[in-house]
Design a protein around this ligand. Sequence first.
Ligand SMILES: Nc1ncnc2c1ncn2[C@@H]1O[C@H](COP(=O)(O)OP(=O)(O)OP(=O)(O)O)[C@@H](O)[C@H]1O
Ligand SMILES: [Mg+2]
Length: 340
Amino acid sequence: MFGTIWMFSDQIDDEDILFAQRSFITYNMAIDYYKMSYRAVTRVADRSGAFYKLHKKVLINRAIFEDYLRKNGKDGWKKNMCKVIAIANQKGGVAKTTTAVNLGIGLAKEGNKVCLVDCDAQGSMTIALGYKEPDRIEVTLATLLSEIMEEEEVSISDAIIHQDEGVDLIPANIDLAALEINLVNAMSREVMLRMLIESIRSEYDYIIIDCAPSLGMMTINALACADSVLIPVQASYLPVKGLEQLMKTIQRVQKRLNKKLVIEGILLTMVDSRLNYAKDISQLVIDTYSNKVPVFETKIPLSVRAAEITVEGTSIYQYDPKGKATAAYRTLTEEVISRG
Ligand SMILES: Nc1ncnc2c1ncn2[C@@H]1O[C@H](COP(=O)(O)OP(=O)(O)OP(=O)(O)O)[C@@H](O)[C@H]1O
Ligand SMILES: [Mg+2]
């Protein structure tokens, strides 16, 4: 009999015993044992009130933490953990795609599971991630959305590409243009993308959607399923009029389709600090909007290296690790993470 007990206890290692004995655990223990990301642990602990400060150390109250996981269901809490950010501005060439790619990869580098969704029939994000001929990709966002429209089985796993730099990608190509036209006559046309995103939410910490330069049906779909919208604004052109139109569309979506949508922030891009008018425009955006919507403290500087990455098919972190735009995208990533 004693032999049996010995055999049993032999199979438990020291770490298990340590964990079982603890009422308070560290971040690393929580990440290991619950198989959650750093961000997910933070959010669950924050929402459940499980944080416990001991001298200068932050610990987590296990009972409260586990109670929250139980009450929110196994997948329920995971869905809550995921943040869906749409990158939108109907003005073309303001660095939406550059921002989507480098924020997405930045978040993945910080240990988050990230899915990038290309919502532009030009397939710019797909190209920027190294897939130079998007029109040759067979299963894309258009395929998935048309399957949802036709109420067929959705081939999500065939569409998701696991990219080298640690992010997943749902690619797009010209087929999305045809789908957008068909969408206009479909039932629930504004929430097709939401149905898709809801089905993958529990798999990711962040889903970043790169919108096309339009306020068409696909952009409305992106806003209808996002938790927040990040608006890149190019600092070398007078952006105020275009922004008004975008704000109105966001308000309409908030009213009719997606009450929880918030504005993550306006991001000033391609800022040439040597030029006075760029400074003036940055200040104008801050003066006009900062009392209504957040303006990111981080500004993305104009950089030839940043312009080159579109052709290279890599992130800025790989292409120009020490560059100023790279540093700015790193700070932007931190700012986004710090907002929870
Ligand atoms: N910080 C930067 N400095 C200089 N050039 C940049 C910077 N960021 C992006 N660019 C360049 O500006 C152009 C537009 O960028 P990008 O494609 O990201 O914008 P976009 O808003 O997605 O465009 P579209 O509206 O066509 O989708 C690209 O050629 C890109 O390489
Ligand atoms: Mg783009």
